[in-house]
Design a protein around this ligand. Structure first.
Ligand code: AMP
Length: 412
């Protein structure tokens, strides 16, 4: 069966068509600037690449264009949309309602809508993507795969915040965690790769990209994760500040600065502070130059003190979480690096693992040169350290296939 994987944002729609017979990617693409001037589609199928610039007023038009190019005589890979067996959608927030992926029906759509306050930027866009595909592919099953679902096994001691309990009971204020599809894929794949069972294993997964999160996975189940109610909590990220004293929000709201560092002269709202914390902080905010870890590395290597500080803060934060999760699980057997930084930045991996010899983790500099699936720890390291490239699309496609063929997902 061919499965279409869709990730809809507020002005974008990313897609990948996968032949589940052999789990082969047939084509992929991105519709950008939906509803904005300059909208276009970028599409590739194997070596063939094309770009179409045209007006794309809404998600339905984007979905239509996606189907058109997938059936194109030159760049397409299917003759008819009937070849698409089902569509799997990435949905950011499933709240506490979803512990696994589901077939989309009216109740599921309502539950996604109920999570709008928890994922105000993403969930409405994700639902627009679902509804657009429903319209242009009438009768094709749609499946929703949630970024939060894998983390639903966390115990209350890990997901509760210390605010009055009624906020969790009435308003669902708690830790949810994100990147769950990636954490789930990587936690399964690393065990397959090492030829072991997840049972009895304590794994720490470092998903380090533009957004970053760590998770503690014991017996294949998530015990804790660093992102929270929103993806702002946890590590220092590309443009997000990660965890800090909540009182910082009030302090910045009352004493805001302009971009040049001079006082703004009047207070700003909590929403405006959160915009600073989500979009102007992290590697970008500390370095003052870039949110991209490659730029931070080049700047730091050239002696830029702010970039060096940003890199140190990132490494220190990852080390602290590894220590915390090892303590929480009573040890650690495997540490995995994944996503853009985790898969590609060997220096950062070395800096994170160096100094963790006390807990049995030792890196092998030669093995660490990899960018693909590999063990990178030394032969005498008690903790196995690995690189496992993430593949959220395949996880979404597998869940979609499972739900439409057997009614339940394997190995949730
Ligand atoms: P992601 O959000 O997973 O796409 O990751 C984006 C981050 O990964 C950025 O900070 C990039 O600097 C980093 N990254 C992506 N590709 C590379 C690469 N080839 N080498 C080093 N860093 C990379």
């Amino acid at each position: 069966m061919k499965i279409l994987v869709v990730n809809a944002g507020s002005s974008s729609l990313k897609y990948q068509l996968i032949d589940m017979d052999g789990e082969k990617e047939l084509a992929k693409g991105l519709v950008e600037r939906i509803g904005i001037e300059g909208s276009r589609l970028k599409h590739s199928a194997g070596d063939k690449k094309t770009e179409i610039a045209q007006e794309i007023p809404d998600h339905e038009a984007a979905a239509q264009l996606m189907l058109k190019i997938l059936q194109d005589p030159e760049f397409g890979v299917i003759k008819s949309t009937d070849e698409i067996g089902a569509v799997g959608h990435r949905v950011l927030h499933g709240g506490s309602a979803f512990t696994a992926s589901v077939i989309v029906n009216d109740a599921a759509k309502q539950a996604i809508r109920d999570c709008f306050p928890l994922g105000p930027l993403h969930n409405p866009a994700n639902l627009m993507g679902i509804e657009a595909c429903e319209k242009v592919m009438k009768g094709t099953p749609q499946v929703a795969v949630f970024d939060t679902a894998f983390h639903q096994t966390m115990p209350p001691k890990a997901y509760m915040y210390g605010v009055p309990k009624m906020y969790e009971e009435k308003l669902h204020v708690r830790r949810y965690g994100f990147h769950g599809t990636s954490h789930r894929y990587v936690s399964r794949r690393v065990c397959e790769f090492l030829g072991i069972s997840p049972e009895g294993k304590k794994i720490i997964i470092c998903h380090l990209g533009n957004g970053s999160s760590l998770s503690a996975v014991k017996d294949g189940k998530c015990q804790d994760t660093s992102m929270g109610l929103t993806p702002l909590e946890g590590l220092l990220m590309g443009t997000r500040c990660g965890s800090c004293d909540p009182a910082v929000v009030q302090f910045i709201a009352n004493n805001p600065l302009k971009d040049d560092g001079t006082p703004l002269g009047h207070p700003i709202s909590v929403d405006e502070v959160l915009t600073i914390m989500n979009k102007k902080s992290g590697l970008l905010g500390i370095s003052g130059k870039s949110s991209d870890c490659r730029d931070i590395d080049s700047l730091a290597d050239a002696g830029d003190p702010d970039a060096e500080l940003a890199r140190e803060m990132l490494v220190y934060g990852i080390k602290k979480y590894i220590g915390a999760y090892a303590a929480a699980m009573g040890g650690v057997d495997i540490i995995v690096f994944t996503a853009g930084i985790g898969e590609n930045n060997a220096d950062l991996r070395k800096q994170v693992i160096d100094g963790l010899e006390f807990m049995g983790a030792k890196i092998d500099a030669e093995k660490n040169k990899t960018r693909s699936e590999a063990v990178i720890s030394a032969d005498d390291s008690r903790v196995t350290v690995c690189v496992i490239p993430t593949n959220e699309e395949i996880m979404i496609a597998r869940d979609t296939l499972d739900l439409v063929t057997t009614g339940k997902v394997r190995d949730n």
